[in-house]
Design a protein around this ligand. Structure first.
Ligand code: DQA
Length: 149
């Protein structure tokens, strides 16, 4: 199965960014473990601080991947453009958050992404990504003809 992880703004700073909320592990260290854990699957990962780039990558991924793990970071709470893109593409997208946005500031409690995501996973630290991948794999097992391997 081919899965693309898209990380939004400031997630390149994981490990040193607000460690009391996001933990002390960098995403690159975690990503190496993730690739080993899901060895038989192809798991690619990209990070950008730019909203339009997230949209470009989502549109491109539709024809190249079986599923997307999307952490839009702060764009979760603001981006009608990303939401419009999710409405336009036909590929399962799992929304992932490291922290539990429902238990944080009021402005973080609304997500434009959740109503359009196949699943939303939050509050499990970096393990949220594992759980998102597990969801996509489970879903794909019931639709093997869709695999882009
Ligand atoms: C986040 C939560 C967002 O509110 C925040 O802006 C982030 C990270 C998370 O993974 O917990 O940058 O998406």
């Amino acid at each position: 199965m081919k899965i693309l992880i898209i990380n939004g703004p400031n997630l390149n700073l994981l490990g040193r960014r607000e460690p009391e909320i996001y933990g002390t592990q960098s995403f690159s260290t975690y990503y190496e473990l993730l690739k080993k854990r899901y060895g038989i699957h192809q798991i690619d990962c990209r990070q950008t601080n730019h909203e339009g780039t997230i949209i470009d990558w989502l549109q491109e991924a539709e024809s190249q991947y079986d599923g997307i793990i999307l952490n839009p970071a702060a764009y979760t709470h603001t981006s009608i453009a990303i939401a419009d893109c999710l409405k336009a593409i036909n590929i399962p997208v799992v929304e992932v958050h490291i922290s539990d946005i429902r238990k944080r500031e009021k402005f973080r409690q609304h997500s434009y992404i959740s109503p359009l995501a196949a699943q939303t996973i939050m509050g499990k630290g970096l393990k949220s990504y594992d759980l998102g991948i597990d969801f996509l794999i489970q879903q794909n097992i019931s639709k093997p003809q869709n695999s882009k391997d």
